[in-house]
Design a protein around this ligand. Sequence first.
Ligand SMILES: *Cc1c(COP(=O)(O)O)cnc(C)c1O
Length: 401
Amino acid sequence: MDTKAYIDLENEFGAHNYHPLDVVIASAKGVWVEDADGKKYMDFLSAYSAVNQGHCHPRILEALTGQAQKLTLTSRAFRNDRLGLFAKQLVELCEMEMMLPMNTGAEAVETAIKAARKWGYKVKGIAEEKAEIIVCKNNFHGRTTTIVGFATEDQYRDGFGPFTPGFKMIDYGDAKALESAINENTAAFIVEPIQGEGGILIPDDGYLQEVQKLCKENNVLFIADEVQTGLGRTGKLFAYMHEEGVKPDMLIIGKALSGGFYPVSAVVSSKEILGVFNPGDHGSTFGGNPLACAVASEALHVLTEEELPKRSAELGQYLMEKLETIDKKYIKELRGRGLFIGIELKDEARGARRFCEFLQEEGLLAKETHDNVIRLAPPLVITKKEIDWAFERIKKALETL
Ligand SMILES: *Cc1c(COP(=O)(O)O)cnc(C)c1O
């Protein structure tokens, strides 16, 4: 079968809830992927930062196949010999006290919402049914009905109401707005330290420090959604670490937690907060399964032993310096932290999609976000030489199209 045949099949039998670039990937290794016709591309999206460790990392692959031959699923009706070890490893890495494992990022966000509400009622003493959670405009936290209910992207919501009440919307990056929005019923503030899907938007320095201070003063939980920005992507283990002294009450992680092998997510927090869950309050058949734990555990070992956060910081700066030299005829702004870079285009550029299609022709796979931003987020195992290779193509696209 060739590329066209695969695309036709997918279009005929799969719901059209995505608009992918028409490349049919059949295999991959590290930063490189190969399509069904044998053409090679460099991956500059990393499955939205789920493959920070590179495609099919040999160590994670070995953990996966080894565990798959022993035990894959017990459900949490029984215990398994991997969950405790993984929980300890993750909690220690995050310098927290407790974790709750789920599968997808959206499920971890849902878990954080449930924990925050229950904490609000049982610990903070919010009146019944009154708990509020503050979120930011232009956010991305996933696609469940509750989560899209507090999205501001029209398309995410259109046709999916009625939505869950109890969420309040403020401007991103505006600590004053948070201060005005907090009241005695506020249980939590959920924020992305950098808005990824929103267009790689980086708040002003000091924003998270302000957020933390306001949350502490008002007994409000500070929840960081690090599903995309966490685990090395921005040049630190977590993006909140770019601001000194900041430590969220709850961390939501996913994507790279499994190095792309398997959906693994988690909420990591304190005993006070996750302690609100009693047996039967919350759960997931696959959450915390031994295969997921083995994969995630190795994915974290790879992340630390290969010093991927540091690589991201160094190579991100290297790539950014090169991007600054590109002619500015189409570029409105370059933003980034580590290997998490957004090129915002001027109106004259007529959208980011055509640049991504050009880059595809040139052998580089990048995905636009928000119509006018090209997102650059290669696997963190990329080498300097590979960045040079990619840069030549990006420069060509932005200067000759
Ligand atoms: C991708 C993402 C999610 C949702 O994760 P899924 O695994 O797609 O459910 C949540 N929050 C952020 C910030 C994300 O980037």
